[in-house]
Design a protein around this ligand. Sequence first.
Ligand code: GLU
Length: 500
Amino acid sequence: MSDSVRVRFAPSPTGPLHIGGVRTALYNYLFARKMGGKFLLRIEDTDQARFVPGAENYILESLAWLGISPDEGVGVGGPHEPYRQSERKDLYKAYADQLLADGKAYYAFDTSEELDAMRASFESQGSAFQYNSLTRVKLKNSIALAPAEVEELIASGTPYVIRLKVPAKGEVRFQDSIRDWVHVHTSSIDDKVLMKSDGMPTYHLANVVDDHIMEITHVIRGEEWLPSAPLHILLYQAFGWKAPQFAHLPLLLKPEGNGKLSKRDADLGGFPVFPMEWTDPATGAISKGFKQEGYLKEATLNFLAFLGWNPGTEQEMFSLTELADAFSLERINKAGAKFDVKKAQWFNEQYIKQQDPAALAADYLPNLPADQGLAFVTLFLDRITFPQELAVKVAEFQARPAIYDEAVLASKWNADALSGLQFIAQSLPGVDSWEPEGIKHAIHEVLEANGIKMGKVMQILRVALSGNGAGPDLMISMQLWGKAEVIERLSTALAKFPAL
Ligand code: GLU
């Protein structure tokens, strides 16, 4: 086994990749980059009952959008091809056979009806049934039955599964990079099925065999897999293999911080929990995605990196490369990470300001001439959270005011303001150079000449032109409206403002 770090992201294509899964992929990617190792993408699709069409493609596209690029795996290739477990099906049987031959696993012929009956009878006595060292001796398997009987059942084509023979006594221990020492008594682990009757391996067998074959050194995955880890350790022991280092990532919690984040929270809160929009192939239901909601990939990555990890410094803005430099497993928290949507939006606001304004104009204001689009982007850039708000802002900006801010009128509309607006209305037609400095100069001059303070008039002028008491730079706004439009809006306002 080589020394260099090899990690993998191993999703099952059972639906859209949850944002927590993207975080798992990201942490694996960052760790590989940091350690100069390799990041693999393996698709764990042995559970045919839960297969969802389009899910694998969705996973690939989501990772590609964010630039979490695998070094090996599905879509890339590599020395351990194929990386899709359904295409490795034949390989797992040999490993299960090895465990059978070594007495570490056994055949079990119990039907699901028999097992259901067993469960019911245990429940009626107030206890829970486990297929384990105590019960296996009374059930229909190659430990309890005579060898000849087992041979006959197999020869006659009776369906069977292969189960791990979990030792009756003993403790499983391993040191998790995040949770430190984990101890579990083997009596709490049941004899898990390794090969199903359809000839497919279960997740546990395929996962452990592939992590071994693919020389995975660190298994970084969600906390929901922590209960499976002791079983996996037992499997490594049964095979006589060295187990990888485990690191179980903290749960993602609801925005309020109590309980696990669910799709329902997202629906109620109106925020996405999937990287990209997903249309359920069975129902046609659409789930929101970070991408389509207008989250930039830089913001999404930065936000995800901080869900359970921090650099230990004040720095918040990190590019993917900077994250890789700063990343370490030691700085991952044990406690669950609150999914704070406001923080995601804050990151988006920061990254929008770093985008190329001309590119934003081309992408989000495609119907405007380039110079106008650029001017609008510059005007609104620090007033938006999502780039698609640009078009809305422009439309609002270009619509003539339907109503005027009443609070501002109540406090600022007076005789001074009226004469100020009238003087401005008279001077604007004579402004030759219709650009911010020229307009400002003209307004300044006419007000000064008539002894009226700028402060008495400017907010009222804004209300007259836009309807609002606050907004982006007024001189640039006037330039963008154009001279004729400004003159028109001003005279309309003077006619519509309340009589004094
Ligand atoms: N296929 C599992 C999943 O869907 C992988 C868990 C693991 O990383 O071991 O998350």
